[in-house]
Design a protein around this ligand. Structure first.
Ligand SMILES: Cc1cc2nc3c(=O)[nH]c(=O)nc-3n(C[C@H](O)[C@H](O)[C@H](O)COP(=O)(O)OP(=O)(O)OC[C@H]3O[C@@H](n4cnc5c(N)ncnc54)[C@H](O)[C@@H]3O)c2cc1C
Length: 472
């Protein structure tokens, strides 16, 4: 009789789950998720590691995982506490023989696995399954992987066509005796002290957590609405559900396997041919992969102010400008609109993320790590490798040799929000202005500005001057 515990973490799915497949060999199986309330406390940089939007999404994902497990004859046990205390206690109490889980790339999560392993009296098997490739499939040792994305991509691309995700079609082993009595209802947001997020009609996408919703979105974007065919033209847009795949929240908590996305994309290309759009989406999945291997390789060094660069010197300020940025009150409408969308919905477009991150680092000269920490609390799709990797990359302290990427925020506003529809959506206080003034309220005369309830930008950057007029 082999009794196993399957520890779910950022892999809340049944599809293409190597640890779940390995667990099918057991005679009894206890599927477990440990919710650590420490995530709700302020992190060393201030913001919480888990905010209300992602917590809502997580609880929905756990409910969906439980429903999926039930369909296969099992259930999910959700326990609040520290994994290194909860798991050894359960193993001992239920007389289990082994623990199975998927591996992690981020230092905090890797340290947690190490602590659990250390506290256990039985083996803990870590299988790889949240990336496109396993480490043994890399064409070079991890330490020799290129640190520049284009070289990484060229090296890996061929490899990535070879493997297939594995669907879950089997019945699961029954629960160990006594486990059913431990099952409890999931915690609610209010029990976690978070309160319900407000429904926001302008939200870019009605995200709901869980594997069925993830697979439905994948099916829809690729096969039904076929939004994917417009990806190349629409991916820099700011409004609406179709400008990009919106798959990231499910990829981040593992409700969706990246290999499933890659396999479906390849299947689509086999039927309808490759296009710039399908290739571009593939490239984005490779960016995700790049940041995962980068974080695994460099570990906590990526979280330092100067990141992976001995010679770089990123700004270190942290003052009221940071708080104004967080609250969407900088006086730069495109930045403020994005920051308000983030806090109200947990979402921000890819273009928006680049603009606000550049603005914090280059225009406000603030320490990029605090921006990354704010994103960590608020993003629905927060993922350690993609978040800290993109932030470090924009701040110019990542593994590649480039310096900080500086975006001209007003130029971006003119290019990507030409009729000010996006800033009008999120900044109601500007709706009374003529459209051509909504990106530049800082140019209004004192009497015009007086009734606005919007902060006035103190200094107008020199390089904005050509874009002050919307005709520019
Ligand atoms: C400062 C900053 C912080 C970011 N933080 C995160 C984060 O915490 N979690 C996260 O998933 N993405 C993050 N991104 C990357 C990117 O913005 C999001 O993945 C993307 O906007 C999600 O929307 P989508 O699913 O519609 O993406 P699509 O454009 O449809 O792309 C498909 C998938 O490719 C991956 N992808 C796309 N762009 C990137 C990228 N630049 N880096 C890594 N993977 C990418 C994502 O998994 C995404 O779901 C960040 C980008 C920046 C500039």
């Amino acid at each position: 009789m082999r009794r196993a515990l399957l520890w779910f973490k950022q892999d809340l799915r049944l599809d293409d789950h190597p640890a779940l497949q390995a667990a099918l060999q057991a005679d009894r199986l206890l599927p477990l998720y440990v919710f650590d309330p420490a995530l709700l406390r302020p992190s060393p940089l201030g913001p919480r590691r888990l905010g209300v939007h992602r917590a809502r999404f997580l609880l929905e994902s756990l409910a969906a995982l439980d429903a999926g497990l039930r369909q296969h004859g099992s259930r999910l046990l959700v326990v609040q506490g520290h994994a290194e205390l909860v798991i050894p206690t359960l193993v001992e109490h239920m007389n289990l023989d082994e623990v199975l889980t998927l591996d992690e790339v981020a230092p905090y999560e890797r340290a947690e696995i190490r602590r659990v392993r250390h506290a256990l009296g039985v083996p803990l098997a870590e299988l790889q399954g949240n990336g496109l490739l396993r480490e043994e499939e890399l064409p070079t040792p991890l330490a020799d992987l290129p640190s520049v994305f284009n070289q990484f991509r060229a090296l890996l691309e061929e490899r990535l066509n070879v493997f297939q995700p594995r669907a879950m079609t089997y019945a699961l082993p029954p629960l160990p005796s006594g486990a059913a009595s431990l099952m409890e209802a999931l915690p609610t947001l209010s029990r976690l002290g978070l309160g319900e997020p407000l429904g926001v009609p302008a939200t870019a996408f009605p995200f709901s957590g869980g594997e069925p919703a993830a697979l439905a979105r994948l099916r829809d974007y690729l096969w039904e609405s076929q939004g994917v065919h417009q990806y190349q033209d629409s991916r820099n847009d700011l409004i609406g559900s179709e400008y990009s795949s919106k798959l990231s929240p499910w990829l981040a908590n593992g409700s969706l396997s990246p290999r499933r996305v890659a396999a479906e994309l390849h299947r689509l290309e086999a039927q309808h041919g490759r296009s710039e759009s399908t290739q571009q989406l593939w490239m984005e999945l490779l960016w995700r992969e790049f940041f995962r291997w980068t974080l695994l390789r460099y570990g906590s060094a990526l979280f330092r102010a100067d990141g992976l660069k001995a010679t770089a010197r990123a700004p270190r300020n942290l003052d009221e400008r940071y708080l104004r940025w967080c609250n969407g009150r900088t006086g730069m409408p495109l930045v403020d609109a994005n920051m308000r969308e983030l806090v109200m919905t947990g979402w921000m477009s890819s273009r928006g993320r680049q603009v606000v991150a550049s603005y914090l680092v280059n225009d406000l000269q603030q320490d990029w790590r605090y921006g990354a920490a704010w994103f960590e609390e608020h993003l629905l799709d927060y993922d350690p490798a993609s978040n800290w990797g993109n932030w470090a990359y924009l701040a110019g302290v990542a593994s590649d040799p480039r310096r900080a990427r500086a975006f001209n925020a007003l130029r971006q506003a003119r290019q990507y929000d030409p009729d000010a529809a996006y800033v009008s959506l999120w900044l109601p206080e500007l709706r009374g202005l003529p459209v051509e003034q909504r990106h530049t309220p800082f140019m209004l005369s004192e009497p015009q500005f007086a009734g606005l309830d919007y902060p006035r930008l103190e200094t107008i950057p020199e390089n904005w001057k050509p874009y002050i007029s919307s005709a520019a």
